[in-house]
Each structure stands twice: as structure tokens, then as C-alpha cells.
Design a protein around this ligand. Structure first.
Ligand code: DC
Length: 265
């Protein structure tokens, strides 16, 4: 089941940013274009919140109860599905991830230091087992994968993010009011950026991208081009060439085409 680390083949790309910045959709599309796997770490915090609620725990009142669920219920993705489905303690909770009660509690659950410790460790394990990964969240470049080959921080104004969320919810058949969603986003931003453990920050070595005026397609195009450039540069550096001009497109292709040797489910 375990996969020995192979730094030549490992390719981790991190995408961090606030709620509604479009990270999940962008990360999934980017992973497809580059032939990499995709990790949605927000889903892990959401799955844990849902599992705790379903176990009769009120996350607002019972931190020890939530931590106990985090420690005793393994959180796993079924990578055979596309997109991967999330199981917590063996139960498929994919359908619960966007439910209002889950969304209402998840930020608080994600602020619990012991919960973060358990989930950061789980994410690093996934990174060892799936070494060619686009991973998205709040702390992926800063805390979980500081060694990532390419890091991005996606942002957009709160108003634009609220508009996008309303469209998403309406497309899923839910009624959503802009002012309510905007207030939730501002509240979540505040909690995500001010928590003590793993706060949302733009890592120093990440490229910041404001997507407010950009289409989805344009964002994915931009990130894909930047990753190919970075991979080409890093490959040229590894090959010992003085030239770091990134022009070795074929070499970058080779790195991007490397096969994942083994997968775990
Ligand atoms: O991206 P999302 O909306 O699915 O994230 C759900 C919550 O989990 C949100 O409050 C931020 C938190 N989160 C986090 O703290 N760290 C991560 N790596 C991913 C999500």
C-alpha cells in the first residue's frame, strides 16, 4: 500500500485562498489538464463536522466530542470515483458536505487545534501515497506541504465570491440570498484568517492571483501555463544546466507525464 518517495516524480501543487475564491473548481480542472490527482481538504473538515453532528455531537458545545470523532473515525477518499467520494468512519458522507448544518459548523470545527493536527497528518499521508497532486485549502502551501513545487493563492473580492456562491447554490436547486451569503463569507474569512492554528495566509513563496475579473477558463489557463513553466525550470535546474530559461518544454512534459506507481484507496 505504501509508496516509496521519489522526488523526481513527486509533483505537489498547492492552491490556497478564502471561501468562494473558486479554488475547488479550478483545482479539479487544473489536475485534469495536468494529469494529476486532486485533493479537496475542505471536504475533510466538512466530513468531520457532518460525522460529529450525525453522531449527536453539537460542535459548538463539545470540542472533546469532535476531537474524539477525528481520532477514532478514519477520513478516507475513495479515489476510484471521479470526483473522489469522502468516507468518514466507513460511511460515505459526500452528500452531507454542503448541507447548511455542516457549513454552519465547519469553520468552528476547523479552528480546533487537535482537529487540525489530525487532519494535517492525514493530508500528509495522502501526499505520500498520491505524490502527484493538486491540493486545495487554506494551509496547504504554508503548513501541510511547504516543499510543494508550485504554490498559488487565489483571491477575489468578497462581493464577487458571494455572487459565485449564490450561482453555485442556485444551480444546485437551492435558494440563496446575496446579502446572507456575503455576510457568511465575511464571517468565515474573519474566522479563517484569525484562528491561531493554520490561519489562512498567502505563503511567501506563493503566486497571488486575484480572480475577480477573470473567467474560470482564464484562471485555469494561467495556472496551467505557470505550472508548466515552473516544472520546466525545476527540471532544468535538476539537470544541472546553467540555463534556467524554462524552454525545455519536452522535459517539463516528461515530468508531467510520469506515472503514479501505486495508488491506495
Ligand atoms: O473550502 P471549504 O469551504 O470547503 O472549507 C470548509 C472550511 O474548512 C472552511 O471554514 C475553511 C476550513 N479549511 C481549513 O481550515 N483548512 C483547510 N485546509 C481547508 C478548509
Amino acid at each position: 500500500m505504501s509508496e516509496s518517495a521519489n522526488p523526481e516524480k513527486a509533483l505537489i501543487i498547492t492552491l490556497d485562498g478564502p471561501a468562494g475564491s473558486g479554488k475547488s473548481t479550478v483545482a479539479r480542472l487544473l489536475a485534469k489538464r495536468l494529469g494529476l490527482e486532486f485533493l479537496d481538504t475542505g471536504a475533510m473538515y466538512r466530513g468531520l463536522a457532518a460525522a460529529a453532528i450525525d453522531a449527536g455531537i453539537d460542535p459548538g458545545e463539545d470540542e472533546a466530542g469532535v476531537v474524539n470523532v477525528a481520532i477514532t473515525y478514519p477520513i478516507r477518499f475513495d479515489w476510484t470515483a471521479d470526483p473522489p467520494r469522502l468516507k468518514v468512519g466507513g460511511r460515505d458522507l459526500t452528500h452531507r458536505l454542503r448541507d447548511p448544518d455542516t457549513t454552519g459548523h465547519v469553520s468552528h470545527v476547523a479552528s480546533m487545534p487537535e482537529v487540525r493536527r489530525v487532519l494535517v497528518e492525514a493530508q500528509r499521508r495522502i501526499g505520500r501515497e498520491h505524490q502527484r497532486l493538486v491540493t486545495e485549502g487554506r494551509d496547504q502551501g504554508s503548513v501541510v506541504f511547504p516543499q510543494a513545487q508550485a504554490k498559488f493563492y487565489m483571491d477575489a473580492s468578497a462581493d464577487v465570491r458571494a455572487k459565485r456562491r449564490v450561482e453555485q447554490l442556485e444551480a444546485a436547486g437551492r435558494v440563496a440570498k446575496h446579502s446572507v451569503v456575503l455576510a457568511q463569507i465575511i464571517d468565515r474569512d474573519h474566522r479563517d484568517t484569525t484562528r491561531e492554528d493554520g490561519p489562512l495566509i498567502c505563503p511567501e513563496d506563493a503566486e497571488r492571483l486575484d480572480t475577480s475579473g477573470m473567467s474560470l477558463e482564464a484562471v485555469v489557463d494561467h495556472l496551467e501555463a505557470r505550472v508548466r513553466e515552473r516544472v520546466g525550470q525545476q527540471q532544468a535546474e535538476r539537470d544541472g544546466g546553467a540555463g534556467v530559461d524554462g524552454a525545455s518544454g519536452g522535459t517539463a512534459e516528461d515530468v508531467l507525464k510520469s506515472e503514479v506507481t501505486e495508488r491506495s484507496v
